[in-house]
Design a protein. Structure first.
Length: 180
């Protein structure tokens, strides 16, 4: 098991702190339109370092902070923590559990934490590179992406499989070497 728990507070539609515990097997999140299913996936991409507000379906980063509803006032900051299992030492850190936290305030201040210690975005990106879980990895297939894959040219579709098999980076290196 890889993902253990996701904690969300003040992020998008989640004003109150909520958590999702991932148990062994398949976890499905179901609910009516607009109930926040995609916001949960956005929270995972955000905590892994997503920098594009547009790809989080907003226009500026502040849009990830709960903006208020009929019954609740807006909040001043959003915080997401993702807890991962590291008993298999997939990540080169001396911890059996890894927690990654990202926080952003309306003032624009923001912070990343790795197991409770302040760190840089670069530390998070480096940690997840090649793990298959980075913000751009194939592990997250967003709405519309399936159609995109089915409708793409054969060679473009091949890239998706190459990436999943972990050979895309070698092919890319080879191409770069050949063009030097
Ligand atoms: P669908 O089944 O249509 O895909 P969904 O369950 O994936 O729906 P989401 O897209 O996750 O729904 O949630 C959309 C809701 O989140 C909208 O009601 C929107 O108003 C709310 N929302 C998004 N950002 C914020 C924010 N910053 N503050 C408050 N609510 C927000
Ligand atoms: Mg959705």
């Amino acid at each position: 098991m890889f993902l253990k728990r996701l904690e969300i507070a003040g992020f998008k539609s989640f004003a109150e702190k909520i958590h999702v515990d991932f148990v062994p097997g398949v976890t499905a999140i179901v609910g009516p339109n607009g109930s926040g299913k995609s916001n949960i996936i956005d929270a995972i991409r955000w905590v892994l370092g997503e920098q594009s507000a547009k790809s989080l379906r907003g226009s500026k980063m502040e849009d990830v902070i709960f903006a208020g509803s009929d019954s609740r006032k807006a909040v001043n900051f959003a915080e997401v923590t993702l807890i991962l299992d590291n008993t298999q030492n997939l990540f080169p850190l001396d911890y059996t559990e890894i927690s990654v936290t990202r926080r952003v305030f309306r003032s624009g201040d923001s912070a990343y934490l790795l197991n409770g210690q302040t760190c840089r975005l670069k530390d998070i990106t480096t940690l997840f590179m090649d793990s298959g879980l980075g913000k751009e990895a194939f592990s997250i297939i967003s709405q519309g992406r399936v159609d995109e894959i089915l409708n793409s040219r054969a060679d473009e579709r091949r890239n998706v499989f190459d990436e999943a098999a972990g050979v895309l980076k070698y092919k890319t290196h080879k191409l770069q070497a050949e063009h030097k």
